[in-house]
Write a protein of this length. Structure first.
Length: 132
């Protein structure tokens, strides 16, 4: 399976950046006899610099996962496919050039052709970034 990683960044204004990202990769799977799955991700995001200390981010992504082998679910063999929609927003506060505090919210919704793998995930994270 070919692997790709493409990113396009566009500076819209002096305070606004747009980021378009695509990747395709193979990842290991822990799902029954499927050893790996093919993942394709398309993402668009933007950030806005409110002032010298505060930056906002928002974006959305579409992820498709296709599992290599058929899997037995009960008496039926199924080729599993997952489609995941994602939306996210975040704020960064820049204390120092080497210390940034992050507050992020992410919403994921997974739809699988095997219903036990459907889920909705709401995630709120607080973090710290220390760029070198």
């Amino acid at each position: 399976i070919p692997v790709a990683d493409v990113r396009l960044i566009h500076r819209l204004t002096s305070r606004t950046n747009l980021d378009f990202y695509f990747h395709r990769t193979t990842q290991e799977s822990s799902f029954t006899n499927n050893r790996a799955f093919d993942e394709k991700l398309v993402q668009g995001s933007g950030n806005y610099l409110f002032n010298q200390k505060l930056r906002g981010r928002a974006g959305t992504a579409f992820i498709r996962r296709e599992f290599e082998n058929e899997a037995a679910t009960g008496r039926v063999l199924v080729q599993r496919r997952d489609i995941i929609g994602r939306a996210f927003v975040g704020l960064d506060y820049i204390f120092r050039p080497w210390l940034i505090m992050n507050l992020d919210y992410r919403y994921d919704r997974s739809n699988s052709n095997i219903s036990i793998f459907d889920y909705t995930n709401n995630q709120l994270t607080v973090g710290m970034t220390m760029p070198l």
